[in-house]
Structures are given as C-alpha cells and as structure tokens.
Design a protein around this ligand. Structure first.
Ligand code: LLP
Length: 415
C-alpha cells in the first residue's frame, strides 16, 4: 500500500480511485484540470481532531472554528457546518460567505489584520459576530465603525496577542514572534506589553471582552511541538493575569497550524499530546472558561482534495525530462511556486505503479520557470493522455489561485 492511500484515495487495478470512483472517469466526465473534494474525508479529519481533544473536561466546550481561507467552497462549508464547526473568517467577504452557507453570526470569529473602518462596518452589520482585534491601533476604527452602525447590543470582542513565539513550515507562514525564521518582522497580534492596555481601552468603550487569541503559524510538524506547548503556557499565564485584572474570559483561542502529512518522511505533529496538554493546563488554571477554540484550516481540508491534470506530452531538453501538463501551478496548486518548502505528492492515476522509474519534472503551462508541480520526481515515465493527481490540494490551492497568464481557475466537484 502506498503511504498516501486511505479511504479517500485507493488503488485498484493499478489505477487511482477517489471515494470509489476512477479518477480517469471523473477527468473524462468533467474535464481537466479538475479539483475533486471528498465530503467524507473532511468529516474523517474533523472526527480525528475531535478525538484528539477528548475527553473534554466537564463544563468546557471545544469549538472547532474552520479557517475558511483554506477553502471556502460552499460544499465544504456546508459539510463542516453539519459537523458542528464554527468559522474563522478574515475578511468581510468571508463573513458573508459563511453566513450564506448557513453559519449563524454567533459562530463566526472575525480576525482581521490591516483593517479599515469600512471592513469593520461591514462585519458589524452582523452584530453577533465576535471581532478579534489584532492591534491596539484598530480600536479607534472599531469604535468609529460601531458608532456609524448604531449597534445597540454589546459587540463581542477578543484580542489576538502575539506571545513572542511562532512556528510555521516556512518563513512566510510563521505568524507570531518578533521576527520570522528569515528575519522578517511579524505583523500579527498585540505585543505582550500592550495586551492589558488593549483590554482596558476596549472595556472603557463598552465592548464585551470575551476571549484571548493566538495563532503561531501554519504547517507544524513533530519538531514544532516544544515551541507550541511553550506558547500554550504563555497563553494560560496571560489569561491568568487578565483574570486578576478583572477580565473573566469566555474562551481561549489557540489558532490553527497543525500540519497534515504532505510527505512520506514527514514526522507528524503530535496532535493528541498537544490537545491533552491544552486541556490539562486549562483545567488546572481554573480560569472559569466556557470554551477553548482551535482554528484548523489545512488539517481539515488539505487531504480532502486532489487536482487532476492531463499529461499533454513528454519533453526532453538538455538531458531533463518534463511531463508537460494542461494546468499551471499559479492557477491551481500555487503553493510549490510560492513556498520553496511546499511539497505535493504526484500520483499517476492512469498507471500508479510499474514502468521504469525516471527523474521527471512535472511542468505547467505558464510562462515562468517556477511553474512546476514537482521537480525531478522519481516516477515511472507517464504517457501522453495519462491523468496525474496532485495530492493534498484541498487547502490553500483554489483559494490562493490566480488567473495569471489569463488561464482559468479550474472547476471544483465535491464527492
Ligand atoms: N487562524 C488564523 C488566524 C490564521 O491566520 C490561519 C492561517 C489559521 C487559523 C489556519 O491555519 P492552518 O491550520 O491552516 O495552518 N497559505 C499558507 C498557509 C497560510 C495560513 C495563514 N493563516 C499555505 O499554503 O501553507
């Protein structure tokens, strides 16, 4: 069995099946390139997450707020709504889309960075939404938006702080700490020394302070565990300080970041240990919380999607072999073109195994050298007309795709 096989992806007669349907047949029926998502896989991922966070201590609720930036497809949102999820939204557009999919205002947490007053006004049209402030400097904008919106009910506000520690699979996806792994400054969250002042100012303006939030980054693996639990400690300590200052919080939101398996050799983030650590620390700290929140994006969605592309021809040049496919990374699976560290497994759906293995670069149809789905992968040489599946394409692929070169963003189907 291949490492990536499971209930969603199965090999039968040397061909790839997606939730029991031959990938080639789907490619034929709907055309390529094509995103194929699995409802069942989403729910399996949700279940494994909930299992990691169980048993939940009495009196506490674990809210799973799906980071919809990963993939806001309506079918995915509706599936996760049925699965009992909340939503982490980062723009007024995401708030609207979540509401349209059926999420209630009360189940949406809006976390914006570099926000303008109009953004807040649009969000406050839905006064049940919790607004997560990312800067002391946002308070005046929020207050101005509230005045203009003439809202009567108290607005629920939480504060995203930057605990001074962050982790991500590459420098662009570290979202806390003073600087990222490549030395660039980090724009997110309220710095430690200003958290209390932010709470006090919001309180003096009559906002209802309900939570403290942090998000360290995206794509954690096993080696990130020590830092992530250190950040949990810092969060609990900070919540204790706030409690002493008179702020009784409803929830602590630990953000997302848990990486699914992109590569065979990847050592997985120990989610059950992390969850147990959080639950234990929260229980002991006696903070009087009602809930803890987590905001997974890629953990839920990545594995639940693949992109199918067609091999048009095999090109040889200066001793290099290229499988040239009918899609461009920027328009479909842009992660390898953006992040040097991003990796997506490529499977020949028409002939999974067999044939002499060779070094093949899977190249897209855009005018950019970086437009390659995989560089020098050791694969049996595909043939013209074969369908390749780019795995882990359910998160941050369609949502980050552009129309670069005036190519279309492909169709999506949900099985
Ligand atoms: N919460 C907040 C406030 C976030 O900003 C993010 C992601 C998440 C939760 C979810 O993180 P996840 O569980 O998906 O790691 N484009 C990058 C990922 C950037 C994520 C940014 N924020 C990628 O393709 O890997």
């Amino acid at each position: 069995m291949n490492w990536w096989e499971g209930e969603f992806l199965r090999v039968r007669n040397n061909r790839l099946y997606l939730e029991g349907q031959p990938a080639e047949q789907l490619a034929e029926k709907y055309g390529t390139p094509l995103y194929v998502y699995s409802r069942k896989q989403l729910l399996r991922n949700l279940r494994s997450l909930r299992e990691a966070f169980s048993p939940v201590p009495a009196g506490l609720e674990v809210r799973v707020a799906y980071a919809m930036k990963a993939n806001p497809h309506r079918g995915i949102l509706k599936t996760l709504l049925k699965g009992g999820c909340w939503i982490d939204a980062v723009s007024p557009g995401e708030v609207q889309t979540a509401l349209k999919a059926g999420f209630s205002e009360e189940k949406i947490i809006f976390t914006g960075t570099s926000i303008c007053q109009k953004d807040f006004e649009q969000v406050l049209q839905h006064p049940g939404v919790t607004v997560n402030i990312d800067a002391y400097e946002q308070i005046d904008l929020l207050e101005a938006a509230r005045r203009r919106s003439r809202i009567r009910q108290p607005v629920r506000v939480s504060v995203r702080w930057n605990p001074g520690l962050g982790r991500g699979f590459c420098s662009q996806t570290v979202t806390a700490g003073d600087r990222s792994s490549d030395g660039s400054p980090i724009k997110f969250g309220v710095e430690d020394s200003r958290v209390l002042a932010t709470f006090r100012r919001l309180q003096s303006l009559g906002f209802k302070l309900v939570g403290l939030h942090q998000h360290l980054g995206s794509g954690w693996t096993e080696e990130d565990f020590p830092v992530t639990v250190k950040a949990v400690d810092r969060m609990i300590k900070k919540a204790g300080e706030l409690k002493k200052a008179g702020f009784e919080l409803e929830f602590l939101d630990f953000g997302g970041g848990f990486g699914p398996r992109y590569k065979e050799e990847q050592r997985l983030f120990p989610l059950p240990e992390y969850a147990a650590y959080i639950l234990d620390k929260v229980e002991r700290a006696k903070l009087g919380l009602k809930a803890i929140v987590i905001e997974p994006g890629k953990h839920l969605a990545a594995e639940a999607g693949v992109l199918l592309v067609r091999v048009e021809y095999i090109k040889k040049s200066y001793g290099n072999l290229f499988a040239c496919v009918n899609a461009g990374t920027f328009n479909t699976v842009p992660r390898p073109a953006i992040y040097e560290e991003a990796y997506h497994e490529i499977v020949n759906a028409s002939q999974v195994n067999g044939g002499k293995k060779q070094k093949v670069t899977v190249a897209g149809h855009l005018c950019e050298t970086g437009d390659v789905f995989g560089i020098e992968r050791i694969l049996p040489l595909p043939r013209c007309g074969h369908i390749l599946a780019i795995l882990m394409a359910g998160a941050y692929c369609h949502s980050m795709a552009s129309r670069f070169n005036l190519r279309e963003i492909p169709k999506e189907i949900v099985l």
